[in-house]
Design a protein around this ligand. Structure first.
Ligand code: SF4
Ligand code: FES
Length: 262
């Protein structure tokens, strides 16, 4: 196989490279590229980037964009694992770039060079580089009515709930809609019509909320041919979730609620 060209110098017009910080090592980022507006098709680019143990993978991507190739496209916003926008495949597994610390990736032996492979999420169409079309993901999310449904007169104060009742759906309130779970699911890859784990997690959050009145409706939606019964319990979703949500357990609870009463 031909040795890849490694991009390590600024593109024309980009700012000059800063001195690598003391204690940094050079890491190679192997990044999947695709631009619908050129004729290169899908290909890989390799970039040499200085990395400190305290860096996150997002810092390295920002270095590439800032100094080596301003056309590199990826989503990010909060940089703190909150907004869910920078999920991507890193060395074959779904991760948030802003939560991946270099100290957990750098080899113990400093003479060994680290190459990190970065690809867009699988199962959603790639729009450009690491940006995928999230619309099918959000369509499934919207379909399960991810909001509180109540009837009657609006109360003049908050709707009281016991701590035990709140606890029933505590885990699934943590979802940040990053899509890491859904796009790690083999059923979703092969049958894109499947609602996917994230939609079920967000349905769970309201199905088990004692204040909500649309649980039966949501369960009916998830009883569909594209609903919870497609889950084959591979646990990929639970492994991928950056919030540590027990996704497979939530899906199992929804299945149980369909078989018995919630
Ligand atoms: S359940 Fe976890 S992996 Fe799935 S969308 Fe929510 S935060 Fe992301
Ligand atoms: S940039 Fe917001 S979660 Fe990573």
């Amino acid at each position: 196989m031909a040795t890849p060209t490694i991009i390590s110098t600024p593109e024309a017009g980009a700012p000059a490279l800063p001195e690598p910080p003391e204690g940094s090592v050079t890491v190679i980022l192997k990044i999947a590229r695709f631009n619908p507006d050129d004729d290169k098709g899908e290909h890989w680019d390799h970039f040499a980037v200085p990395a400190l143990p305290s860096d996150r993978l997002l810092n390295l991507l920002l270095y590439v964009k800032g100094y080596l190739d301003g056309t590199l496209s990826f989503r990010r916003s909060c940089a703190h694992g909150v907004c869910g926008s920078d999920a991507m495949r890193v060395n074959g597994v779904n991760r948030l770039a802003c939560k991946l610390l270099m100290k957990d990736m750098l080899p113990k032996d400093p003479s060994k060079q680290l190459t990190i492979t970065i690809e867009p999420l699988r199962g959603l169409a790639t729009l450009k580089d690491l940006i995928v079309d999230m619309e099918p993901f959000f369509a499934a999310y919207r379909a399960v009515k991810p909001y509180l449904v109540t009837s009657g007169t609006e109360p003049s104060r908050e709707r009281i709930q016991s701590q035990a009742d709140r606890q029933r759906f505590d885990d699934t309130t943590k979802c940040i809609l990053c899509a890491a779970c859904t796009t790690s699911c083999p059923v979703f890859w092969n049958e894109g019509s499947y609602f996917g784990p994230a939609a079920i997690v967000n349905a769970h959050r309201f199905i088990f909320d004692s204040r909500d009145e649309a649980a039966a409706e949501r369960l009916d939606i998830l009883n569909d041919v594209d609903g919870v019964w497609r889950c084959r319990t591979t646990f990929n979703c639970t492994d991928a979730c950056p919030r540590g949500i027990e996704v497979t357990k939530a899906i199992a609870e929804v299945k149980r609620a369909l078989l018995f009463a919630r």
